[in-house]
Design a protein around this ligand. Sequence first.
Ligand code: FAD
Length: 500
Amino acid sequence: MQEINILWFKKDLRIDDNEALLESLKDRDIIPIYIIEKELWMQKTHSDRQWQFCKESLLDLRNSLKNIGQPLIIRTGEVIEIFEEISKKFYIKAIYSHQETGDYFSYKRDQEVRKWASSKEIIWKEYLQFSVFRGNLDRNYWSKKWQKNMEKKLFIKPTKINPVEIEKGEIPPDDYFFFKKDLCNGRLKGGRENGLKRMEYFFSSKLNSYSKDISSPEKSFDSCSRLSPFISWGCISLKEIFYKANLYQNNNSKMLKSRLTWHCHFIQKLESEPELEFKEFHPYFHKIRKKDNNLLQLWSEGKTGFPFLDACMRSLNFNGWLNFRMRAMLMSFASYNLWIPWQESGKELASKFIDYEPGIHWNQCQMQSGTTSININRIYNPIKQGKDHDPKGTFIRKWVPEIKDYPENFIHEPWLMERFNLSKYSNSKYTKPIIDIIQTTKIARKKIQEITQKEGYWDISKEVYLRHGSRKKSPKNRPHNQKKINLKEKELQYELTLDL
Ligand SMILES: Cc1cc2nc3c(=O)[nH]c(=O)nc-3n(C[C@H](O)[C@H](O)[C@H](O)COP(=O)(O)OP(=O)(O)OC[C@H]3O[C@@H](n4cnc5c(N)ncnc54)[C@H](O)[C@@H]3O)c2cc1C
């Protein structure tokens, strides 16, 4: 039997800067494989749009590998079964992969694979994908560790892989997964080549206006890097972007690098506590909200009656991407104004993002729902956000055509037209607001505050901070952060908010 190593591609779909790939090649021939796991893909957080992006990336990777001698092997099924099958024909010496911090499914699957490998005396070697570290971690030194790893040299891609005789395997047809029909016509296409083009375009043409347009939903489509899906699927490594950013020494490149730090900072939390995908950081927030499928659906389809919010959701439905601020606003509305459990709205949002990254996503969902206890709680008002970031209503008119002819004065609050007896609104097909924004905000704020006043709340919050909190303090020159928080809360505002 031929002795081989398995190079298990997970969410690192590239041959450049791939340490696991390089290491796997050092002592014997390899089988580079990607396993399509139906059970993983059938979760509510996953979707056709993500699959299409992944498929494009797989085809691109298959090509890159073929060019150096051994195309990507593709199998569909459960990981252990596939490895078992391979072990009948080859003597598997070791498995190489990146160190994944994925969702709970992949966490559990990896535990099983580890048990299986050890029972077969197969070594499983994992290498860093991001600057996210395993084991007992001292948060006080995390930033230094992050920096040190990011400054390491890039791994040069291999130039030759000896072919191994094994059936190549095909990608299953799209109907294999029974996904809901999800065209997402505006999304970026997957694959390293597309990622590199996007990176080149961003650095050569957009870096200079990066900070200026980051919060406008319209302009950010072009001005943000939009590298997130390529990072999530591993078409480009975080280090490659960091290297590129280092070539430009200005505030914008600094800002980009700080976001790359946040990327790992959040994933590190899930690495340390995988249950955060469904369990609140602070237990006092457990089950405080109520499931409401009707409200969830109206929100998800962009039919809440708040034009700017609906425009953002509809544009996300079409493009599979939205900027940070608007994601936060959508989440905040679902959690505070609709009072829906973040786990439910979070799944819905995850499936819409082609860049779904569990570590960032579930942290952000909890942050925007007030359940971490170590972040400043923000309740976004969609009317104010609209006026600030789409003052003329251009974005609204594009995505909410039902009101595209409304006068500028009313575009953010069309219901006010009734007061002026303007028949356009009463005849419009556009829905009336599904909730009272002022009332629901007040109630939500009160409910959260009441929880913070319960006995023992702050002791637990301190423990959460010690485990997960960023060690950077909120800068003193940001008085707006401190506005409506009481003294005790003030002391506990450990987390640095993003400079948006
Ligand atoms: C509710 C909610 C859910 C989110 N879910 C995801 C998700 O599933 N996947 C995801 O990649 N991002 C997520 N984000 C973070 C952020 O919105 C996106 O990373 C960003 O919009 C991606 O666009 P970009 O690549 O143009 O980012 P840029 O602004 O150009 O930033 C460059 C990179 O830095 C990282 N980054 C930027 N902002 C953040 C942030 N706030 N937190 C952590 N990393 C950041 C990303 O890797 C991003 O690609 C979420 C934010 C919120 C509020």
